[in-house]
Write a protein that binds this ligand. Sequence first.
Ligand SMILES: [Fe+2]
Ligand SMILES: [Fe+2]
Length: 144
Amino acid sequence: MTSRLTLAGFTEEYLVGIKELDEQHRTFFTLLDKIGKAVPDLYRPLTDDEADAIIDVLGELRDYALLHFRTEEGYMQEIGYPGLARQKQEHNRFITDVIRMEGELMNGTVMPAITIRNFMHDWYRDHILTLDKPFGQTYQKIKG
Ligand SMILES: [Fe+2]
Ligand SMILES: [Fe+2]
């Protein structure tokens, strides 16, 4: 028996009101599903082969996050957004955390895939709600 739960993905609540950024956020949550598809059971510790598969997915998620952060920071620069430095700091911390997790998996640290999936999901959710949405509102006020 496999346990494939339907895990929370993108919701309307995450919309920041800038089309390109909303599409990227949505894509990130879709890519997140690859973690669940790479292993038969999210809740048991990864085997070596599963860890390799997850490392590949993490690389893809990291690349996509980098593309997204560059795009988003570009919108912030466009309006001289005062929250840009804080955003850059948080974005960089996320990338550092992902690289650290990739390293842990390469070194044979045993963890279930759900730990990684939840970290990424919760980081994106909290980041969008607390930092990206306020930026979206500011951007629309200036550009809208
Ligand atoms: Fe952001
Ligand atoms: Fe974002």
